[in-house]
Design a protein around this ligand. Sequence first.
Ligand SMILES: [Zn+2]
Length: 178
Amino acid sequence: MPDAGTKAISSEAPPGVRDDHRVQVRPEDVAALRRALDEARTAGDSGEVPIGAVVVDASGAVIGVGRNEREATHDPTSHAEVVALRAAGAAVGDWRLEGCTLAVTLEPCPMCAGAAWLARVDRVVFGAWNPDYGAAGSLWDVLRDGRLNHRPEVVAGVLAEECQALLEDFFDDRRSPG
Ligand SMILES: [Zn+2]
């Protein structure tokens, strides 16, 4: 998640980054991102960096939602993805989220990419790219590391412009005087 200066957040893949997954976007991915965007807006409304996430099970049901709540919780790990994964695990009574999709408005950081991998989700769908510290293709590619025996499918750039605009507006508002 960005702390400041989100100039680098982009709806376009950074140069040299793998962006070969747009073709696999499904209608349910877009629906999941829309739900994640709702969470992101709620986060922004309460002064948090507007990032939201949802976990969807194999039937398409939303089983966990989360939004960035670091300011409210004083918890450096309360990123949207972690909050959503925890909620999903609690909802199904299992930390194993095989068959599930994690959808998030911004490319996951290394912690969240790691959490998604540990949860064994099948797919990670994200909106805007995060060249500052994205770990799903930008700085690292944790989810598609060939040394791992389980590698979630990565779908990038879903509703990227909307996700990016939400973050940019948030930081623009903070910068503007008054
Ligand atoms: Zn994160």
